[in-house]
Structures are given as C-alpha cells and as structure tokens.
Ligand binder design. Structure first.
Ligand SMILES: [Zn+2]
Length: 89
C-alpha cells in the first residue's frame, strides 16, 4: 500500500520512498533528508534578477540519490541544520 506524502515522496510499507523511482530513503516517521542528495546554492540569483537576498541565504534542494528527482526544497541560512520534516508517522 502506498500513500503520497508530498510532490516527491510516497510512503510504502512503512518506508519513505522517492515517488519517481521508489528509492528507499528512510523509515516512515523518521527524518529522511539525510538520505537525500543535497544541492545547496545561494538564493541570490535563484529567481532571476528580481530576487536578491544576502549571500548567506541558501536554497537547499533535496534530490533522490538514485534518479535525481527533486524531493523537497527549503531556504536556510548557511550552516543552519535541516528543517527536519518527519513524514508518514
Ligand atoms: Zn528516485
């Protein structure tokens, strides 16, 4: 049985998985972002010229380590811990 958790994630058999390829990320109800591939870049310029913020503001993109699908994004200050989403509890 599977249940969609978000745009990029599904819960299946008590596991949080990539929706695109089924790659196993974490046990449901535990933080999954540590298992994802993190792409972090400055927000400055991320939305084109119109968006400008200090260079310390980062856009974090969490991607599937298997297929590269985008699973989630967050904005954070450089060095901040991940916003730990616990899903599927
Ligand atoms: Zn995947």
């Amino acid at each position: 049985m599977s249940r969609r958790l978000s745009e990029g994630l599904v819960q299946e058999d008590g596991r949080v998985r990539c929706r695109a390829c089924g790659h196993d990320l974490a046990q449901a109800g535990t933080p999954w972002k540590a298992a994802a591939r993190l792409v972090e870049r400055p927000m400055k310029g991320a939305g084109g010229k119109a968006y400008s913020a200090g260079a310390a503001v980062r856009l974090r993109q969490f991607c599937c380590p298997n297929c590269g699908a985008l699973l989630d994004t967050e904005t954070a200050l450089a060095g901040d811990p991940f916003l730990d989403d616990v899903v599927g509890a």
